[in-house]
Design a binder for this molecule. Structure first.
Ligand SMILES: Cc1cc2nc3c(=O)[nH]c(=O)nc-3n(C[C@H](O)[C@H](O)[C@H](O)COP(=O)(O)OP(=O)(O)OC[C@H]3O[C@@H](n4cnc5c(N)ncnc54)[C@H](O)[C@@H]3O)c2cc1C
Length: 241
């Protein structure tokens, strides 16, 4: 069945880091919009003639709460047509047309295994949706460890609320890896160094969820499956490009 398209209006834009903005849209002419935490939508942006030139996917960064408001966390790519449009043309009141929600990068119906969520930059978006979905629904879960990587502290996304979540929930651990800056309360290095050390001993009751750009995902998949010996079925990922 062809997917339905929605119209939404941009209701808020906030600078999150020098290169990242949060966008909030309100869906119009609908009673409800259902999605599962971790899913994405595909926007049709007026940046090309052919549809494949115009379509760009973005993870929904907020937890499903029955409202018609969606949040996206988007990084501006140098030379990127879609993000140039989003960062330079879009303003409060602009219309964004999208289809979705799509994707299977979601939490299992029942979380029975420990989870390690590994991301860089805006790859944190689907994890934020999942984590706050669990919190909102007061769902008990085995340990979850979110490992977020970026270059410098100015690039850390959603830090305060994720630190608060780790304080409130003893089964949630939050680590930040900064590759190009040393600070007292962050790890100096790459995300890979954290999980390879923590989970060097392979066990069946753990799942790894990866989200972000190709280099990070390729390296993490190779580390986990080829180097460390985890089974393919224990590694799930969402590739941004
Ligand atoms: C399922 C899914 C969910 C996504 N969710 C998000 C999200 O929540 N937030 C978000 O910011 N993005 C997300 N993306 C990526 C997004 O769809 C776009 O690909 C991205 O915004 C770039 O689009 P653009 O039009 O600006 O760049 P394009 O015009 O498509 O490409 C611009 C240039 O960037 C280069 N480029 C491609 N990849 C990279 C890279 N990794 N690093 C540097 N340069 C690169 C290309 O070679 C090209 O020259 C998601 C992608 C997918 C598939």
């Amino acid at each position: 069945m062809p997917k339905k398209w929605y119209n939404s209006k941009v209701i808020k834009i906030q600078n999150e880091t020098p290169l990242t903005k949060r966008f909030w849209v309100a869906i119009e002419e609908e009673e409800s919009f259902d999605f599962r935490a971790g899913q994405f939508v595909t926007m049709d942006l007026p940046i090309g003639e052919k549809r494949l030139q115009r379509w760009r996917s973005y993870s929904i960064a907020n937890a499903p709460d029955g409202s018609l408001v969606l949040e996206f966390c988007i990084v501006k790519l140098e030379g990127g047509l879609g993000t140039k449009y989003l960062f330079e043309e879009i303003e409060i009141g602009s219309t964004i047309r999208f289809k979705g929600a799509d994707g299977v990068f979601c939490l299992p119906q029942k979380i029975t295994k420990e989870m390690v969520m590994i991301c860089t930059g805006t790859g944190v978006a689907p994890f934020r949706s999942m984590l706050f979905d669990l919190q909102n629904k007061k769902i008990d879960h085995p340990p979850i460890h979110l490992i977020f990587g970026t270059r410098k502290s100015e690039g850390i996304l959603y830090r305060k609320e994720l630190e608060q979540l780790a304080k409130d929930n003893p089964n949630f651990k939050y680590s930040i890896a900064l590759s190009r800056e040393e600070t007292e309360d962050t790890y100096h290095g790459y995300v890979h160094q954290i999980y390879t050390k923590d989970h060097a001993v392979v066990k069946p009751d753990i799942s790894f969820y990866l989200c972000g750009w190709k280099n990070m995902i390729d390296e993490a998949v190779a580390q986990l499956i080829e180097e460390m010996g985890y089974d393919k079925s224990q590694v799930h990922y969402e590739l941004y490009g």
